[in-house]
Design a protein around this ligand. Structure first.
Ligand code: FAD
Length: 414
């Protein structure tokens, strides 16, 4: 391809990563031909409102669009909506869509995100059993929650907890069923996970821990959730939130290196020249953390999409964020920054009193007499997350006593 030829960009994905990638490309290449292919019928949208304001009926679904459909037209982007891409040919530099169309590309972005894990138990296909990933899922669930009645949430992860909060807003009777001893156990540990259980209990949710789901009862429509601790919990609506997995099938057709997502370097380039990956599907080389990292966070879709677009347009970038996540449940707003490897042997340091619903938590690695902050979270202690990110990025060794003392400004520790 000579320099004066127009570059053909192809973006596969209908989430925030895809939307931001268009922006990243257009910052540096006004002429390139961009085509965006999504399996969904909607223009690209972001997902956090789908378990919060939209599900609570406080906002219309269109708050989820970073750009209206017309914006893509203005940017000279061809949208191919409702069209899953089925395979990638690296040799021919084409992508085959479900309808048989072959699209050519010079630079290709995989922004295929994640898909929900499904429960494989009797009754799992009954009407009334919901999952929450897409806008259509959210609107169907909203409809059901508006009808009130008994709601059972299977899984006390982020999605399950936010759905439980939304269901309480609609006046539903809510039970959460979770097999481990605490909500969010893998990320938060037992003590902070226990705080989430208390928060929901205080809002009238029955939190059943240590209980697994073995099936759903009902004929024609779900009527209950059967657990391994005995008994059936009545349910008019069931929401299953048992995690997601990266959507790597398409990447597999191109022979890309895959290991817990599509492997990329720090510029979000995959193992095949001309193909990038970003967002939930990418397991990128984090220079900061000294390892490959894959997260399922809004900020990574936002910033990673933009970075991938710039990288595709020829800008020399290093994508190196401190991972960042947020959630809202009832009156609790929280932000979490950092990354704790499973084998880190991290210790918990709490700052403030969780019982007040205003506190911070840090996960630290012991170092000499002090500790290095791997991750930190605040609940309703706003304007602190930048300082948390600075502590993590600088790798400063801090004293646990000062870290846990709310009267010591975090900036003084950095
Ligand atoms: C309900 C909900 C609430 C959330 N809340 C928060 C929150 O509060 N805070 C936070 O930090 N994160 C939150 N997240 C996570 C965050 O939304 C994700 O990390 C983000 O959506 C990832 O964006 P993405 O563009 O990489 O992938 P996705 O948003 O998953 O988008 C991938 C898109 O690619 C399309 N696609 C997949 N395969 C193909 C194919 N072969 N052909 C064409 N199209 C394809 C899919 O249909 C989809 O449209 C939430 C997620 C959900 C579902």
């Amino acid at each position: 391809m000579s320099d004066d030829e127009v570059v053909r960009y192809l973006i596969i994905g209908g989430g925030l990563t895809a939307a931001r990638a268009v922006e990243g490309i257009r910052e540096h290449d006004r002429e390139g031909a961009i085509t965006l292919v999504s399996a969904e019928d909607h223009p690209p949208y972001e997902r956090p409102p789908l378990s919060k304001d939209v599900l609570q009926g406080k906002a219309e679904a269109d708050v989820a669009y970073p750009h209206p459909e017309g914006w893509y037209l203005e940017q000279g982007v061809t949208l191919r909506l409702g069209q899953p891409a089925r395979s990638i040919s690296v040799d021919a530099r084409t992508v085959a869509l479900a309808d048989g169309t072959e699209l050519p590309w010079d630079r290709l972005l995989l922004a295929t995100g994640s898909v929900v894990r499904r429960l494989d138990v009797p009754g799992a296909d009954l009407p009334g059993v919901h999952y929450l990933r897409t806008m259509d899922d959210s609107l169907a669930l909203l409809d059901s929650l508006r009808g009130g009645g008994d709601v059972v949430v299977v899984g006390a992860g982020w999605i399950g907890l936010e759905v439980a909060a939304a269901a309480r807003e609609h006046g539903c009777t809510v039970t959460i069923v979770e097999p481990t001893p605490a909500p969010l156990l893998a990320v938060m540990g037992e003590r902070i996970g226990g705080w989430f259980a208390d928060l929901h209990t205080a809002h009238g949710v029955e939190v059943r821990l240590g209980a697994g789901v073995t099936g759903f009862s009902g004929t024609g429509h779900v009527t209950g959730v059967i657990t391994d601790t005995g008994g059936t919990i009545p349910a008019r609506t069931v929401v299953v939130g048992v995690g997601i997995r990266p959507s790597t099938e398409l990447a597999g057709t191109a022979g890309l290196a895959i290991d817990n997502g599509v492997l990329t370097d720090a510029a979000l380039r995959t193992s095949v020249a001309g193909i990038w990956a970003a967002g939930d599907v990418a397991n990128w080389e984090s220079r900061l953390l000294g390892r490959h990292v894959r997260v399922e966070h809004w900020a990574n879709a936002n910033d990673g999409g933009l970075a991938a677009g710039r990288s595709m347009a020829g800008v020399d970038i290093t994508y190196d964020p401190v991972p960042f996540f947020y959630s809202d449940q009832y009156e609790a707003g929280l932000e979490y920054a950092g990354y704790v490897p499973k084998d880190a042997g991290a210790e918990l340091v709490v700052r403030g009193d969780p019982a007040t619903n205003e506190f911070m938590a840090f996960w630290v690695a012991p170092e000499g007499d002090g500790a290095r902050v791997l991750a930190g979270m605040h609940v309703n202690v706003w304007d602190t997350i930048d300082a948390v990110q600075a502590l993590i990025r600088q790798g400063t060794v801090v004293s646990r006593e000062r870290l846990s003392d709310p009267s010591v400004p975090l900036e003084e520790l950095a």
